[in-house]
Design a protein around this ligand. Structure first.
Ligand SMILES: [Zn+2]
Length: 343
């Protein structure tokens, strides 16, 4: 009985040990951090964790945080003082640390996530998803290819496949390449992953919450790449900031990363049902690939939003996206000068 009581006590102690996210803000960004915290708490999976997650906002001086756009080849990348961030994280018992800054413009995601106050609010979500191990899904160009594609960085949301047609049906495509698709469990039965018998990839269309196998993005533009690059969703926050949804596949990866950092599984980990949005399709037979129209045009790197310019690369489009959203929804204010050799 005594031992039972003890283990009950320790179990309840574990329940009190939440995943803790430390948000560092320079003095001018404090309000932005509060705003983002509220936004974040409306988004799954974060809104499902209750008291298993804590967000701590803490201020750091401009000079200590020391953020800057100091990479001429990547003018949108922000770097801050990593040692100070880690130190603050340790002091506050955090599992991850992110930073908001008013002294640079853009963002960065890796060990930490960083976002400037003049970019859309969900920039931080995009950068945090990098922190949780996910890769960009827009097409890298130029210096980005040099930086990120030699060799292409592996991530759960990137599949590199050298297609081996023909594909008589979806099953054959899965048999040949399914082991390379980290999200195959998220591709619902009615969602095609081939176009005709020769082309591997989901055609454009509305497949509800289902993932697909969409060609393009990431290191697609790297020449002499033997494999093709595939991503799970036509659009996601990793491709464009105009998308605000965190699809189920990403939610699961985020939770795993949080649990790994915390060193413990969440209790009552959120259960999701990936089929509710498409109940009418469940009993219907899988569409035969022969009738699927093949996309003849290359739509590997389509523009994301087309508010201002026509011919842009995808990386540029993301910038256009950000600028568009920013100009449309946020009041511009005076910023530090960007490096001149930027995009
Ligand atoms: Zn990114």
């Amino acid at each position: 009985m005594k031992y039972l009581l003890l283990s009950l006590v320790s179990l309840s102690a574990l329940a009190q040990d939440p995943y803790r996210l430390v948000m560092v803000a320079d003095p001018q960004s404090r309000g932005r951090a509060e705003e983002y915290k509220n936004y974040m708490l409306t988004k799954p999976p974060f809104n499902q964790l209750g008291n298993q997650m804590e967000i701590v906002i803490t201020e750091m001086s401009d000079s200590d945080l020391s953020c800057a756009n100091d990479m001429p080849t990547s003018p949108r990348i922000i770097r801050c003082n990593t040692n100070k961030l880690n130190q603050r994280k340790r002091e506050l018992g955090g599992h991850h640390v992110v930073a908001f800054t008013n002294n640079a413009t853009g963002g960065a995601g890796g060990q930490h996530a960083i976002a400037s106050v003049d970019y859309p609010l969900n920039t931080m979500m995009h950068e945090m998803m990098h922190m949780y191990g996910l890769a960009d899904e827009y097409c890298y160009t130029g210096s980005e290819i040099q930086e990120y594609c030699n060799p292409p960085r592996r991530a759960p949301n990137v599949a590199m496949i050298a297609p081996n047609p023909p594909f008589a049906n979806k099953g054959e495509a899965f048999a040949k390449h399914g082991d390379k698709i980290g999200w195959s469990g998220e591709i619902h039965a009615p969602t095609p992953i081939t176009q005709g018998t020769e082309v591997l990839g989901t055609p454009s269309g509305n497949y509800g919450e289902s993932a697909g196998l969409y060609e393009g993005g990431h290191c697609t533009n790297k020449t002499a790449l033997r494999e093709k690059i595939y991503r799970p969703y036509q659009n996601s926050i990793m491709k464009t900031l105009s998308v605000d949804t965190i699809q189920p596949f990403y939610q699961a990866r985020i939770l795993e990363a949080m649990e790994a950092a915390r060193g413990r599984r969440f209790e009552a980990r959120p259960v999701r049902n990936t089929t509710v949005s498409w109940p009418q399709m469940l009993s219907e037979p899988e569409e035969t690939t022969e009738t699927t129209e093949v996309q003849t045009e290359e739509i590997i790197c389509p523009p994301l939003l087309d508010p201002t310019t026509g011919e842009t690369s995808n990386a540029e489009s993301l910038q256009v996206d950000m600028d568009y959203i920013f100009n449309k929804f946020f009041k511009p204010k005076k910023k530090s000068v960007r490096p001149e050799n930027g995009q």
